[in-house]
Design a protein around this ligand. Structure first.
Ligand SMILES: [Zn+2]
Length: 327
């Protein structure tokens, strides 16, 4: 007699995108975000204890909103801004939160919530998300660059995220594109993220005094890059020049990456990937000459597919990866 098995119920994952200024969280089932919340980080969240309490509250709020018992959650995935040692579940260094140094976030959350927790940096999580659900589907090898306040990177090689000796491979924002260029908070000079990010655009605006004596607070306005992009699109010559330089430096960085890895796909994510129409022409004009053209000119450079959902779906993909035994 044939006994039919009941269909396997899909697992619900709590997925958390822990950014520099806010937490986006979602309950994810089969790659679909069912319930989501956004929480702005405050002064109390700067300490290790503070952010653990905040994440506990976010998790329970998410479960309440989604009408899901916390004990029914299969696992928690977290993509966090900063340098992260994935295997140990430790945030090694966070540029925005100095107190989160050598921070054993995974262990503290496992002890507090009693669930499996999988932690990685936000760029690796996003790369996995694009591999499973986005622009990287069907590719065995690709590189993902996140163009935001800084530049993050993820390497997807041989069908999985490549993390290096202790989980810090793919810090592509810190490859040198100007040998004696601007100092970077990583300790190097002339890093890609000093030129092809919101930080790079702010550096230019400050140096050129574009708006006549803008204060640091005004320069920090998250909307500033979008305003520069709109001005460039409207034909402002100086803003067009900023994005032209952005594309030029990005081409040097991507050219170097392609010479090392010879992948056929580069995915651009993060808010500034939306400015591709402004920096793309210079990027694509410059790229073939920045290494062997037969390598550089066959790579497609495309925007991501997941956009604002990439962080949360990427965090969920960390759980899938761990369950498949590939992390
Ligand atoms: Zn750097």
């Amino acid at each position: 007699m044939k006994v039919s098995q009941p269909p396997q119920e899909s697992a619900t994952i709590a997925a958390i995108d822990l950014g520099a200024t806010r937490i986006k969280a979602g309950l994810v089932v089969d790659g679909v975000i069912r319930t989501s919340t956004t929480t702005v980080l405050g002064p109390d969240d700067k300490t290790q204890d503070g952010i653990v309490l905040r994440l506990d509250a976010v998790f329970h709020d998410l479960c309440a909103r989604g009408n899901v018992d916390p004990s029914a959650i299969a696992a928690i995935g977290i993509g966090a801004a900063g340098a992260t040692r994935h295997v140990e579940g430790i945030i090694a260094h966070s540029p925005n939160f100095p107190a989160w140094s050598e921070f054993p976030l995974r262990r503290l959350l496992v002890e507090r919530l009693g669930l499996p927790v999988h932690l990685d940096n936000d760029a690796n999580a996003l790369t996995l998300g694009e591999a499973r659900f986005g622009a990287g589907r069907g590719y065995r090898d690709f590189v993902c660059l996140t163009l935001g306040s800084g530049v993050g990177g993820g390497l997807f090689l041989n069908g999985q995220v490549y993390r290096g000796a202790f989980g810090m491979a793919g810090e592509l924002g810190h490859i040198t594109v100007v040998p004696e260029g601007f100092p970077c908070n990583c300790g190097n000079r002339g890093c890609l993220e000093q030129y092809a990010s919101a930080t790079g655009l702010r550096n230019r605006v400050r140096r050129d005094d574009l708006f006549g004596g803008l204060t640091d607070t005004a320069l920090a306005d998250p909307d500033l890059p979008r305003r520069l992009f709109e001005a460039a699109r409207a034909g402002d010559e100086r803003c067009r020049g900023y994005f032209d330089d952005f594309g030029y430096h990005l081409a040097i960085g991507i050219g170097t990456i392609l010479q090392v890895l010879n992948v056929r796909l580069v995915i651009l994510a993060g808010g500034l990937a939306r400015a591709l129409p402004a920096f793309g022409p210079r990027l694509m004009a410059e790229l073939p000459g920045r290494g062997y053209p037969c390598v550089n000119s066959v790579a497609d450079v495309v925007p991501c597919a997941l956009w604002e959902d990439g962080g949360v779906l990427g965090a969920a993909a960390l759980v899938d990866e761990a369950q498949a035994g590939k992390s």
